[in-house]
Write a protein that binds this ligand. Structure first.
Ligand SMILES: *[C@@H]1O[C@H](CO)[C@@H](O)[C@H](O)[C@H]1NC(C)=O
Ligand SMILES: *[C@@H]1O[C@H](CO)[C@@H](O)[C@H](O)[C@H]1NC(C)=O
Ligand SMILES: *[C@@H]1O[C@H](CO)[C@@H](O)[C@H](O)[C@H]1NC(C)=O
Ligand SMILES: *[C@@H]1O[C@H](CO)[C@@H](O)[C@H](O)[C@H]1NC(C)=O
Length: 320
């Protein structure tokens, strides 16, 4: 019996055991492709930046590639049909961090909303379609889940690396349920999560916005002023995950004036999150039309050196 047949048999038995009937389709997809959403530039923050492009920081792309996925850039300001097609082709979506607003017409949040609504529909219908939101992407997920109410608390956890404070029961979560004990040990004790945010989601916000039925949080942290904020969460039914910190920076961002944890343990933790999400994407059977797959790949786009004028070593830029 080949390895993948055995894997499939195992999944079949497991699915039968929990009464699911999706068994026959459930071979793992070992060629996962993940869509990474681009983002508009914010002019006030840097007048040198080119307003005619959107961008993706290359660290998010490498984070996924390092876990065995390929990446397709997902553009902003496109038609509903574009997002519908993309969502049916890729095996998951990563909503990166960044510094834009949620109300820019034709921007990141608008595109993110279309992808989120599609993902909810697909998952509701029994399809498997994961999303990972990092930092601003984490905030966008809960903003969308609150029907676009600005829910975030002002806070300050900028340029600090922190351990996670696990809530009781968080090891029953999907995100941490299968984590090796040494990963949990590192996350609990060491300063390995890179925080760069001025907004936070608090427990009060989750209650006020009635998010507690659909979402569960697993860890909290405190900002520089002692305000407690939620640092990881997952949807209670769908494979949708949020990390307030930046796992990709541990391995792929090197600014000397930034507190990016680069120890061997910090790298392992980063790879844990990358492997976790790409493993989720392997459960998705979405496929590009064979003749189109290559055209969409990020490999077709040049990566640009940006360390001398942004916080990122390298970025991809896309004309708007
Ligand atoms: C979105 O596209 C339209 C044309 O289709 C253009 O007029 C508008 O400026 C674009 N908006 C952004 C934010 O790029
Ligand atoms: C983590 O960082 C804090 C403050 O920045 C420091 O006090 C603490 O010793 C660090 N912990 C470890 C294990 O390095
Ligand atoms: C979010 O939480 C912060 C602090 O807990 C609070 O100041 C703010 O008003 C809350 N916003 C909403 C919409 O709940
Ligand atoms: C950054 O460096 C590149 C390559 O060395 C150079 O072409 C570009 O002009 C620099 N940009 C800025 C804003 O300094």
């Amino acid at each position: 019996m080949s390895g993948s047949t055995r894997e499939m048999l195992f999944i079949c038995l497991l699915l039968f055991a929990i009464g699911q009937r999706a068994c026959v389709e459930s071979t793992l997809n070992n060629r996962p492709i993940i869509g990474v959403l681009a983002q508009e530039l914010i002019m006030e923050s840097d007048p040198q930046l080119d307003p005619r492009v959107s961008y993706i920081a290359a660290s998010y792309v490498k984070f996924l590639e390092g876990a065995g996925a390929r990446v397709v850039p997902v553009m902003i300001n496109k038609t509903d049909d574009y997002y519908k097609n993309i969502a049916s082709y890729v095996n998951g979506i990563l909503l990166p961090g960044g510094g834009t607003y949620f109300d820019t017409p034709g921007g990141y949040a608008e595109a993110g909303q279309k992808l989120y609504e599609l993902a909810k529909k697909m998952n509701e219908a029994g399809d498997f379609f994961p999303i990972l939101g990092i930092c601003l992407g984490f905030e966008l997920l809960t903003y969308l889940a609150s029907d676009n109410v600005e829910h975030r608390a002002s806070c300050y956890s900028y340029n600090e690396a922190l351990p996670l404070e696990f809530k009781r029961g968080s090891f029953n979560s999907r995100l941490f349920g299968s984590a090796p004990s040494d990963i949990i040990g590192i996350l609990t004790k060491e300063n390995v999560t890179a925080n760069f945010h001025r907004y936070c989601l608090t427990k009060q916000n989750m209650t006020a916005l009635e998010l507690n039925d659909d979402w569960r949080f697993m860890t909290t942290n405190e900002d520089s002023n002692g305000l407690e904020f939620i640092s990881t969460l997952e949807h209670s039914r769908y494979p949708i995950y949020g990390l307030q910190f930046h796992p990709e920076k541990n391995v792929y961002e090197w600014r000397r004036d930034k507190n990016h944890p680069h120890s061997a343990k910090a790298v392992r933790v980063s790879q844990y999150f990358g492997n976790f999400f790409v493993n989720e994407a392997r459960k998705s059977g979405h496929k590009f039309p064979a003749s189109e797959e290559e055209e969409y790949m990020i490999y077709k786009h040049p990566v640009k050196y940006t360390a001398n004028y942004t916080v990122f070593e390298q970025c991809y830029e896309f004309p708007l």
